[in-house]
Ligand binder design. Structure first.
Ligand code: NAD
Ligand code: PRE
Length: 366
């Protein structure tokens, strides 16, 4: 039976969800975006099947409505929702990175007999907009749902069944717990990344060459500072309390570091890095999701003209698609490091084999 899914907000996440759900031939995607150009692009590149020109009217055809808008807009739209024409059995969900404030607003929907099940796919990127959307974005990632405690299993199961095609790992959590955990692994790291970039910018006034030296380490650590400021403004505002708590804990950690520096005890310093390395190395980095949404491969390449097109040529011949390519200019010897990004671990593994079969270049996975 055909299921009509109405996605509101067709950026990175709404677009990726649309592309992913469309793989189920029984699902039809109706899309809406406040930006008319985005809406047209979404239709032109087949992210959606049908354009919705009017929120109130298009909602009447939807079995499932997904808000994939910045979280403040999601709350504003949720408050308008009871005025829209809705099917009796419609399920409303969202993709927002915060859940507590959204579930508070959902209480009034529930009181009006409307089913709302909060959602948050733990995968994404610093890129935004419909052109960045990818059907495989959610594969192997956690997809958190925050239904009300007394929501019927049958209603939650309808949403879980719909999401099955994304190949995400759907897990149910409470909204408060959600906002605490995501503050730790996602929201607070974004604040830290932004603050490091501010620090560089300040430093750069006196030492302009510093920026040129920002190579792999700084770039890896601050990639997420390139994300959409509106999305992150809203997340920060909605999860302000948890972020304040994280900032306090981080400040205490910095005081510990200050002490380590002032005592200059080499074994304590080494131990500090050892503990961090162990915890970091034990993270489940080979799965997609909160940890990685791109899969990088490092290739040691000799410096001769045409070497990059040679490698991309081998990959193209083996039908391996790449999502990004860059050269890390950290060394001045005859080899450079080419960093190639792939959409999945599988593509990256195939690339390792392909490069080994065709060249003598060393490859590394960070
Ligand atoms: N970017 C990530 O990594 C990520 C990951 C998981 C969840 N999320 C959450 O998903 C949501 C969308 O994020 P994104 O990264 O796709 O952002 P995005 O900037 O790529 O897309 C947001 C889209 O929403 C549209 N929009 C804004 N207000 C609207 C409105 N009132 N009506 C209709 N459309 C509107 C914008 O025009 C834009 O196309 C956010 O709530 C975000 O917190 C983001
Ligand atoms: O991979 C990234 O660039 C992301 O920022 C993805 C990320 C994260 O912080 O991990 C961002 C926001 C989310 O709500 C979920 C995932």
């Amino acid at each position: 039976m055909q299921q009509n899914v109405f996605i509101i907000g067709l950026g990175l996440i709404g677009g990726s969800l649309a592309l992913s759900l469309k793989r189920n031939k029984d699902v039809k995607i109706i899309g809406y975006d406040a930006n008319g150009q985005t809406l047209k692009t979404a239709k032109r590149i087949s992210v959606i099947d049908e354009i919705a020109t009017n929120l109130e009217e298009s909602s009447a055809f939807a079995d499932v409505i997904v808000f994939a808008t910045p979280v403040s807009e999601t709350i504003r739209l949720m408050k308008e929702l009871p005025k829209w024409q809705l099917k009796k059995q419609v399920i409303i969900t969202d993709t927002g990175s915060t859940k507590k404030e959204i579930m508070k607003v959902a209480i009034s929907l529930k009181e009006q007999g409307i089913t709302f099940i909060g959602g948050h796919p733990m995968a994404g990127s610093h890129k935004s907009g419909v052109e960045a959307a990818r059907p495989i974005l959610f594969e192997n990632a956690y997809y958190l749902l925050t239904p009300f405690e007394d929501e019927t299993d049958e209603r939650v199961q309808v949403l879980i069944n719909l999401l099955q095609v994304t190949k995400a790992k759907v897990v149910q959590v409470g909204a408060e717990e959600h906002d605490h955990m995501t503050a730790v692994v996602s929201h607070f790291p974004h604040l830290v990344a932004a603050s490091l970039v501010h620090q560089l910018s300040f430093e750069n006034e006196q030492y302009p060459f510093t920026k040129q030296l920002a190579a792999g380490g700084f770039r890896d650590l601050t990639r997420i500072a390139s994300a959409n400021p509106i999305v992150w403004r809203d997340i920060t505002l909605q999860n302000r309390q948890e972020l304040t708590d994280q900032l306090k804990a981080w400040t205490n950690e910095m005081i510990k570091l200050q002490e380590l520096l002032s005592y200059a005890d080499s074994s304590d310093i080494e131990n500090y890095f050892n503990v961090a390395k162990k915890v970091r190395d034990d993270l489940p980095i080979n799965t997609q999701g909160a940890m990685f949404s791109v899969f990088d491969l490092y290739v040691d390449v000799p410096d001769y003209p045409g070497v990059i097109s040679e490698i991309t040529g081998y990959l193209a011949k083996d039908n391996i698609s790449i999502t990004n390519l860059r050269i890390v200019e950290t060394r001045e010897d005859i080899f450079g490091i080419l960093v190639i990004s792939f959409q999945s671990t599988n593509d990256r593994a195939k690339a390792v084999e392909c490069i080994a079969n065709n060249t003598t270049f060393e490859t590394y996975i960070s």
